[in-house]
Ligand binder design. Sequence first.
Ligand code: BEZ
Length: 396
Amino acid sequence: MKNKKNKSCLTTIPVFIATFLIAFSANVLAENKPEPIKVGVMLPFSGVYAGLGESIRNGLKLALQEKGNKASGREIQLVEVDTEAKPARASELTLGLVNNDKSDFVIGPVHSGVAMGMINTIRNKDSIMIIPNAGANAATGAFCQPNVFRTSFSSWQTAYPMGKEAVDMGYKKIVTLSWNYGFGKESLAAFEESFVAAGGEVVKKILVPFPKTEFQSYLTQIASIKPDAVFVFFAGGGAVKFVKDYATMGLKGNIPLLGSGFLTEGTTTAQGKAAEGILTTLHYADTIDNPKNKKFRADYSAKFNKSADLFAVQGYDAGQLIIQAVEALKGNTEDKAALIEKMEQLEIDSPRGKFSFSKAHNPIQTIYLRKVVNGQNTVVKESVTNLEDPARGCKL
Ligand code: BEZ
């Protein structure tokens, strides 16, 4: 009996020591494991802009995956929330990502109204906001902030070049039309600025409540006005419906349809023949001929089983921006001023072509005139090379 007790004691002690050592080394490893980088992702995953949100998220994931989901040895963790493209939700969602989730970066949104709410909330906070779509001029204009960057565009950049292009094509009297909210109105104003300066006249401006997609009554008005051409902003599900309705109501082929590129971006499969021949201006085209774009499009199709679009490019570049900045600072994200300074200096090797940031933190980038040919947004020419937004009112 005595012997048996001693024997069990002898086997218990090494097991105890081994357990202790395993627990001790696991603790040491855990202590040495660097903190993850937290990235809040605020995008529309439902509603009329859901397709845009999905493309941005896919592009972001592709950029992170290329680097093993790490920057400077730190894991990158995403926390996703659905904005539903509703400006009223912007502040509450941003506060959650900044205060509760302690996000180092917040990527979002798609809708300009949501962007303005986010900017108001994130001002003077430690998190850095990266806008992967929303074009509100004020985001990198009158409301510019040190901790707000864009990998996308300003409203002005995407529509201004088309005004001059339209006059060069011989169109003098034009009807403009868009959803009635910030980005749409700014797009029409930017188009009008260069169109009127080049000698054109906007004969009627039509604003449609957002996110309404019943266009028949507006198209009837256009048919009776008979302008030389029509310039519009619609995107996502609204762009699909508008382009199809335009053809169904017999306007295609009679009154040329022009737009900022969102009209045919990520939508041509659903639009089918109705999209063929439409001319738009944008800072990306499917056929941009550089090795980065070719690899990006091939990798994206292989991973997501569909074609890449501009929204995916902007998400991809938001991912590249974070990785490059964190790696340049060897993983130190504590010093936000140093992080912002580094981001300001970076050149991003984007599928759209290389770009750097203006003083207001908006990309300086080439705008292309594009034409839909066999479902692809093909480059017609560079409309304006390295176009910088005027950043009206920005004091950075
Ligand atoms: C915007 O609201 O800024 C926007 C939405 C969709 C496409 C482009 C811009």
